[in-house]
Structures are given as C-alpha cells and as structure tokens.
Design a protein around this ligand. Structure first.
Ligand SMILES: Cc1ncc(COP(=O)(O)O)c(C=O)c1O
Length: 410
C-alpha cells in the first residue's frame, strides 16, 4: 500500500515575514462554510456583498470592484493584460522587485516599456514620472504602492493627475498595503488598484481584490470578445482581443454583473474568505486599523534600533507594516531565520536580489500588527542574536518597543 503521509500536522507558527501573515480565525471559519455554485442566488448575493464591502476597503465608488481568483499576481496580470495591447506604451515606476514584476508582465503583453527608476530603498519623484509620461504618451502608468522587496511605500499622490493630463490610465499594486495603510483609490485618481488577502487583510493567499474606474472599464470593454461557446447576440468590442482568457477583465465584468455570463467556477471558499476579511477590516474601521499597523511598525523599528540594528531605506517613505532589518556583520544570516523558526516558531523574511543575505524583512500585518506579536518577535530575535554572539544590551529591543506602546496608550 502506498504511503498516504498522514494528516497535516505542523505547529501553529507566528508569521512575521512579508506575507503571508496569520489568518484571522473568523476568516478561517468562513472558509469552512459549505460550497455553493456560482449561480446559486445565495452565492450571487454574497458576490454582490463582496463587491460592496471592497468598495469601502478600496475607498472608492467604482462599480467594478470584485475578486480575481488567484494570488495577488493574478490581479496584476489581469489588469495589465486587459489594458495593454501589443505596441501600447506603459510607464512603469521601478524601485524594487515588484516594479520589475510589472515590467516583466507588461513585457509579456508586448507593450512598449518606459521605466522610471530609483535605487532600491528610495522612491520616485512625481516630476520624473511626469517627464517620462510627457515623452512616452503611454496608455498606462503602472506602479507599486508598498514594495515588500525594499519595504518602501511609493507616494501615489499626484500620479492620477499626471495620468489624466496625458490621457493615460493609472494602475497601482496595493498587494502589501490594502487594509494596513491608506489606499484612497478615488482620491488618488487611480484607475485600477489590485491587492491580495495574505498581508494586511488578514486572509489567506489565493484571492485578489481589484477595483476599476469607469474609464478603465470602458477601455477594457472595448476589447470585449465573448467566448464562442457563450456568445449569443453579445456585442464584440472594436479593440484587440485580450490575450488571456482566464484574466480577461471584460469577461470577468460580465461574470460579476447582473448578466452572470459564465466564466470560471468561482473559488467559493476563497470568496467566503475575502468577504469575511473585508467585514473584519471594516468592523475595526480603516483608520483604527491603519493606526494599529503604524504603531506596530513604529514599535518594531524602535525595538530593532535599540538593539543596535540598522533599519533599511529612506525613513520618510518606509512602509509601516514591514521593517527591513539590516543583518549585522558576523552573524549567520540564514541561521538566524532558521533558529527563529525552529526555536521559536516565528517566521521572518529573507530578501531578494541586491538585498539577499543583507536584510531580514519583518512584517507586522493583519492580526499580527499587535503588541504581543511585536514583543514576542523582538524577544526571540534578541535571544537568537545573542546566540550568534552579537553584542547589545539584553532586553533593550523589547523595552524600546514596550515604551512605544506605553507612550501611545497615554
Ligand atoms: C508588492 C507585491 N506585489 C505583488 C506580490 C505578488 O503576490 P502573490 O505572491 O500573492 O502573487 C507581492 C508578494 O509578496 C508583493 O509584495
């Protein structure tokens, strides 16, 4: 008889990396509700409720606010492939791995790429974007809000006006910040914003909320080509057919509209998760939640600095929910992460590209943007670094973080 390996049996782990983060228990419970078909009236009501909830989470009045089935990158891909036809221009803000991901996906769409770049650890000035857009006259400006590879938050203010002044659309990847830092979609003038659940939203990976302005929806609808097996008297757009079937936002809008034109089988359990995650977020209140993430980030930063560790990147533009901790000389970078996990059941993140081996990325997101998670992580890091022979005053990290929480409570 072949081995069936046994049930999943790992210990609960505190996920303090750049995502995924621990899932809110209410979200886990919602995921165990029985699966319904996507045309069941109860289920279509859940779909409509999910759209309404995410309008509030994205701070938008956009009609087209729904979910892409897949991880965050599914929504990024859906946005780019549905907007960009081959040969169309896109200006991409690139100051990290996820800016590069945008250029990688836009390249596969055979778009004409113009990159506006800054060194990792910095952000891009709007003037540089305006100049590039004036030159390239692109269809789309694409950027990442919180780039987890560098822990920097790109200011988005002003980019919507630049896009409008040049007849372009503005796309923002808010995967790592939705539910943790303000994402004022309409106030930014952003035309498409996408995210995921697994970071500040307190859900699991596998569902990607998206919102589209009417301008973006009109542009995409002009590329609408309904699947042959479904097409009746459906209008076909004059624009070029979108190169992906699964990520065709024109067909997905039909699916999420009252037409309920069939597309994929909705990932019912993920929709339950997304719906419950949004309910948890909105019940807490967006402002309260942003403040909770900012406080956790401030406490984490104070803690690691008090231990004599450096914090990465331009302090004026750091994400509040992920701290880039510079690994000190003489300690074994990988062993520190391993011992955090094996001795303390805490996951912290490694880094990519030019920062590989130099930076640990410590997140405090969703339910983990809390005092106990921050203090436990700092206490464990202190113990592990002591074991590596790194010299600092024992308890200094935890004390500094506690002081931040005490100050905030006054
Ligand atoms: C800013 C950003 N964009 C996109 C992604 C890709 O998300 P996913 O792995 O959920 O597809 C990530 C993942 O870490 C991210 O941090």
């Amino acid at each position: 008889m072949s081995d069936t390996f046994g049930e999943l049996d790992h210990p609960p782990r505190l996920l303090m990396g750049p995502g995924p983060s621990n899932v809110h228990p209410r979200v886990l419970r919602a995921m165990s509700a029985s699966v319904l078909g996507q045309f069941d009236p109860e289920f279509t009501a859940y779909m409509n409720q999910t759209m309404a909830l995410y309008r509030r989470v994205f701070a938008t009045a956009n009609r087209w606010t729904f979910l892409i089935d897949g991880t965050s990158r599914a929504a990024i891909e859906a946005a780019l492939v549905s907007v960009l036809a081959p040969g169309e221009g896109v200006v991409i803000l690139n100051a990290g791995r996820f800016g590069l991901l945008l250029s990688e996906i836009a390249g596969r769409c055979e778009a004409e790429l113009t990159l506006v770049e800054a060194p990792w650890g910095e952000v891009i000035a709007p003037e540089a974007v305006a100049a590039a857009v004036a030159r390239a006259k692109p269809r789309l400006i694409a950027c990442v809000h919180g780039d987890t590879s560098t822990t920097m938050a790109q200011p988005i203010e002003g980019l919507g006006a630049i896009a409008r002044a040049h007849g372009a659309l503005l796309y923002v990847d808010a995967t790592a910040t939705l539910g943790g830092m303000p994402i004022p979609t309409d106030a930014w003038g952003a035309d498409i914003v996408t995210a995921g659940l697994q970071k500040c939203m307190g859900g699991p990976p596998g569902s990607a909320p998206i919102t589209l302005s009417d301008r973006a929806a009109e542009h995409i609808a002009a590329r609408r080509h309904v699947e042959r097996g479904l097409a009746g008297a459906e209008a076909v757009g004059a624009g070029r057919r979108i190169a992906s079937n699964y990520f065709d936002l024109a067909m997905l809008m039909d699916y999420w509209s009252d037409k309920r034109l069939n597309h994929h089988t909705e990932a019912a359990s993920m929709l339950y998760a997304a719906r419950e995650a949004a309910r948890v977020v909105l019940e807490e209140g967006l402002e309260v939640r942003f403040a909770r993430h900012a406080l956790a980030g401030a406490a984490m930063t104070a803690g690691v600095e008090a231990m004599g560790l450096g914090v990465y990147g331009d302090p004026a533009h750091r994400m509040s929910n992920i701290t880039g901790v510079i690994a000190p000389q003489g300690v074994d970078y990988d062993r520190v992460r391993t011992r955090m996990r094996t001795d303390f059941e805490i996951e912290i993140g490694a880094a990519f590209g030019p920062l590989a081996g130099k930076l640990w990325r410590i997140g405090a997101m969703g339910i983990n943007a809390r005092k106990h998670a921050v203090l436990t992580t700092l206490a464990a890091l202190e113990a592990v670094l002591r074991g590596e022979g790194f010299g600092f005053t024992s308890g200094s990290g935890v004390d500094a973080a506690m002081a931040i929480y005490e100050q905030a409570a006054r």
